[in-house]
Design a protein around this ligand. Sequence first.
Ligand code: 13P
Length: 292
Amino acid sequence: MLVNATRMLKAARDGHYAVGQFNINNLEWTKAILTTAQELNSPVILGVSEGAAKYMTGFKTVASMVKAMDESLGITVPVVLHLDHGTYEGAKACIAAGFTSIMFDGSHLDFDENIKKTSELVNLAHDKGLSIEAEVGAIGGTEDGVTADGEIADPEECRKIANLGVDFLAAGIGNIHGIYPKNWKGLHFDALEKIHQATDHIPLVLHGGTGIPDDQIRKAIINGVSKVNVNTDCQLVFAAATVEYCLAGKAAPDPDKKGFDPRKLLKPGYEAIKAKVKERMEVFGSINKASY
Ligand code: 13P
């Protein structure tokens, strides 16, 4: 069941759990995440970066695939189709393509420009019934080839962006995308608390969910995080499972076993994504929270 994320994340905030945003790259990823959410009776958010959407031939293809798959798999848990780190143009295109939620990432813009564009997109998204996430304080790391240093968001800027009517907010608290460096200092909980207070408890989003120790994730959830984004984790387990299958000789040109059949070749990676999503949902506390 495709929905926007507004009520879903308010319920998570009030219930002291978080909903996982798992980024999708193709059909296998989408099916693995949807079926796991259904099996665990968990709400879920499918994240789509602009790069991943381009890879899948465009926002329309993604929206059509997700809608059709949601229907044909008989998914009854709430599912959000969300643009991840959208540009202004990308956000508008997703509204037109049938996404149920968008993120506008204006964190790299001059703050006044971020305010102006976020404000415009809040109106456009809400007019069509979509939820909208904004960002203050760039999340570090590399995603889709764009590298940024991790920042700590200014609570006053967070307050101003939250007051525009955004439904949930990504605010940098030392988190970064991708694999954390060995000398990473951890999440800044003092900053999280200030942002939580300054924004009147709007649901907050923790990007860069891969590699943050579980105790820090749980502490962040208690302190106002209602959505945790996970991307690299699923890529790592998919790659490892596929490599293991190949190294075991299972993809060999054996006409009897036909392990090279893509449906067999991609199965270990598919199962690995399901196991990772389950493990993360357990930590986030979203299992059996499909009704809210
Ligand atoms: P990771 O790739 O570090 O899990 O981050 C995902 C993310 O924040 C997507 O916006």
